[in-house]
Design a protein around this ligand. Structure first.
Ligand code: SIN
Length: 290
């Protein structure tokens, strides 16, 4: 490892833990994700417990709540504690406009989210976070894990020269690129936005790498060839450095809350021909801070 990589890693692995008193937090890896216990999401959570969940979310970015029995109303109520609910776009043909069904029918050809991405980055104001509640896991009892990657660490582990090159750039995020063969409803306006390539988390001000393979199409300050080569390098770094990742194994009744502002995720379709089912509620964010 290069000295700047060691320094970046050490800064995250040696962070002091928040003194939790209303819940228990166990890290998934030293750099990303935590299992949170002592919380019942079917209840109105007391203010001090919500405050501790907010602290854990700032620190670990991916929070896993197991053994939850909740309705869609409980799910939305918990999400609403973190911001305004985000309408599913394009809207579902029927049902609740805030609930996205994540459904893999048996022997499906592919699954949603099977590539590195953060939700809604082509929007002018991308999503703050998403909460996925899985109730049906693949029949063999394994498979369908979700991978997550820490974009603060992805940035911090770059060389100082690379960080200096990237810092002033922007990137185009294009919803058309993410559609990949899917035909949206005729009245759907495909989102496209320009965001800082290196963003800052609105709550902690920490820098992070803000490009993802599903949506990011171009760095406008560079030639088409330069942009392609640099984006491919960054996508490769995100995908191929396990040090940035954690992996969540789902059990029925697990809810995972992740921060779309500083984490990317990737569904895994390793359970063909079995089925899997869950519901996702997302929260509105603000403009991407540079
Ligand atoms: C997604 O939100 O991209 C789906 C993740 C998953 O199904 O594991």
């Amino acid at each position: 490892m290069e000295p700047y990589e060691r320094e970046a890693l050490e800064a995250v692995t040696t962070r002091p833990a928040y003194p939790y008193s209303t819940l228990t937090v166990e890290r998934i890896t030293p750099v990303l994700g935590a299992e949170v216990s002592g919380v019942d999401l079917s209840q109105d959570l007391p203010a001090d417990q919500l405050e501790e969940i907010r602290a854990a979310f700032r620190d670990y970015h991916v929070l896993v709540f197991r053994d939850q029995t909740i309705t869609a109303e409980h799910h939305k109520h918990f999400a609403a504690a973190f911001g305004e609910l985000r309408a599913v776009n394009p809207p579902p043909p029927e049902g609740d406009p805030h609930i996205l069904e994540i459904r893999t029918t048996s022997a499906a050809a592919d699954v949603a989210g099977n590539g590195w991405h953060a939700d809604g980055t082509a929007d002018t104001e991308p999503s703050l976070g998403s909460m996925l509640y899985i109730t049906e896991t693949p029949e063999p009892g394994c498979g369908g894990d979700t991978l997550f990657a820490n974009m603060h660490l992805a940035y911090d582990m770059l060389s100082p020269a690379m960080r200096a090159l990237l810092d002033p750039l922007t990137a185009i995020h294009d919803g058309a690129q993410a559609l990949a063969g899917y035909t949206p409803p005729a009245d759907y306006v495909i989102p496209k936005s320009e965001h800082p390539l290196i963003a800052r988390h609105p709550e902690t001000d920490r820098k992070l790498l803000y490009v993802n393979k599903a949506y990011t199409s171009r760095i406008p300050q560079l030639s088409a060839d330069e942009s392609r080569a640099l984006l491919d390098l960054l996508f490769d770094i995100i995908a191929r450095r396990p040090v940035l990742h954690c992996r969540v194994h789902w059990t029925p009744g697990t809810l995972v809350f992740w921060d779309n502002r500083c984490v990317q995720h990737h569904a895994t379709y390793d359970y063909y021909p079995y089925a899997r089912y869950g519901q996702r509620v997302a929260i509105n964010g603000g403009p991407v801070k540079g």
